[in-house]
Design a protein. Structure first.
Length: 420
């Protein structure tokens, strides 16, 4: 029956009948915040900018197996507990498979509708009939629009399906989440082609073999971008990590040389993260530099500064740098910490474990000021650190954290002299 109705609606026009909206004064437009619904998964709500905005389109990308379906099913459950309807459309698994996962996650509610379907026309009809607050399309690459020549997963199919789903969601006020797989090789019709169509783009980061998952908002029309949510994949689904800094600091006390604590801003939050460096004598002619969790070129620059400005002869040594916990740091404010970690391993001298490093390095070996200095200090204080090496440029903002000993430096040499 559903299919018959679809045929009628969709043979003439690509889009459903068009209701013309009248232009209205900007002052009369309904504010978005009033239309938000919280999922009550705090980390998820935060990266969405405070909950799901009615009628919004969200793309959620990530490599297969990272936890996209799990998170969205959990969000459906939270939604249903508040009495809202959600519709989960699976194009890859059977409804029974989803139910099986649901049982594992304790997701069981009359308010969650489940259907295994790939035909876009039928899907649109389901959405109109059920009129849910939340629609999950898992995945957009599995859906197809009948009548288009190309097969599911191609650019034209993915784009057309996404366009029509987003159009309908804006009209009906249901929010639609599109799951998009990204492969390490980069899919031809990957989620990238959809980024401009949707309001919010979230990407799951993290390695499959590690239990932590980072969900990052790379675009958000309704909230801050670059905000991250941190989850841990457990036997019963994704759990929020309430104290993220703690997972990026290794749990054992830091007795080894080469380990430094840096401060990093992710979205609106400051995190403290441990970086480790290992410097060993090269066995071959060309020394190796291997990094993980940080830009290779940045580390190469820091090594050059250490050689030229501090006089550390790293030319005959291999250098390995690793960021603990599988997170990626992409911020100049971590430069000083990385330089100190490398120097610590080279000299085989331990950095005091209660110390945090903050500062950007210039090519002249100078330490520059950083932004959002205050929140970095507060996080260090909250986690019980005792001292911080800070750029002199930031001295005037350093009045806040009373329990921290501030060591103000203007150059890398000065910082090293102060530690050892
Ligand atoms: P899934 O959400 O199916 O990934 P995606 O939709 O992104 O492809 O997650 C699958 C992985 O998560 C799989 O390796 C099993 C694991 N997992 C758990 O560890 N605990 C759980 O409760 C669930 C549901 C999955
Ligand atoms: Mg999945």
């Amino acid at each position: 029956m559903v299919e018959e109705k679809c045929e009628r609606t969709y043979t003439e026009n690509t889009f459903p009948k068009y209701d013309i909206e009248k232009p209205i004064p900007i002052s009369d437009v309904k504010p978005v915040d009033k239309l938000r619904i919280k999922t009550r998964i705090n980390e998820f709500d935060r990266i969405l900018g405070g909950g799901i905005v009615a009628g919004s389109g969200v793309l959620i990308g990530g490599t297969p197996g990272i936890g996209k379906s799990t998170l969205l099913l959990q969000a459906c459950q939270k939604f249903s507990e508040q009495g809202h309807l959600s519709l989960y459309i699976t194009g890859e698994e059977s409804a029974a498979q989803i139910k099986l996962r649901g049982e594992r996650l304790c997701v069981m509610s009359e308010n969650i509708f489940l259907v295994a379907e790939n035909n876009l026309n039928v899907i649109l009809e389901h959405i109109r009939k059920i009129n849910p607050k939340l629609v999950i399309i898992d995945s957009i690459q599995a859906m197809f629009k009948p009548g288009l020549e190309s097969s599911p997963g191609t650019v034209s199919q993915v784009r057309q399906c996404a366009n029509e789903l987003i159009y309908l969601s804006k009209k009906t006020g249901s929010s639609v989440f599109l799951v998009g797989h990204v492969t390490k090789q980069g899919m031809i019709a990957g989620p990238k082609v959809l980024e401009h169509l949707v309001d919010t783009v979230l990407y799951f980061e993290g390695e499959k073999f590690m239990s932590f998952r980072i969900l990052r908002a790379v675009k958000n029309r309704f909230g801050p971008t670059n905000e991250i949510g941190i989850f841990e994949m457990c036997r019963d689904g994704l759990r929020e990590v309430e104290n993220p800094s703690e997972i990026f600091l290794s749990r054992t006390q830091r007795f080894n040389s080469g380990s430094a604590i840096i401060s990093c801003i992710e979205g609106t939050r400051a995190l403290l993260i441990e970086v480790q460096a290992l410097v060993t004598k090269s066995n071959f002619g060309i020394p190796e530099r291997k990094v993980s969790g940080i830009d290779y070129n940045r580390v190469a620059m820091i090594i050059a500064v250490l050689e030229k400005r501090v006089g550390l002869l790293l030319g005959g040594h291999d250098v390995f740098v690793n960021v603990v916990g599988g997170i990626r740091v992409d911020e100049p404010a971590v430069d000083l910490g990385i330089a100190i970690a490398i120097a610590s391993s080279f000299n085989d001298k331990v950095i005091p474990s209660e110390m945090v490093m903050i500062g950007e390095l210039g090519l002249g070996g100078e330490v520059r000021g950083v932004n959002q200095f205050d929140s970095r200090l507060r996080e260090a204080e909250r986690l019980g650190f005792k001292s911080v090496i800070i750029p002199k440029d930031n001295s005037k903002d350093a009045s806040g954290a009373k329990s921290l000993k501030m060591i103000k430096v203007s150059s890398l040499v000065e910082a090293i002299d102060n530690i050892w």
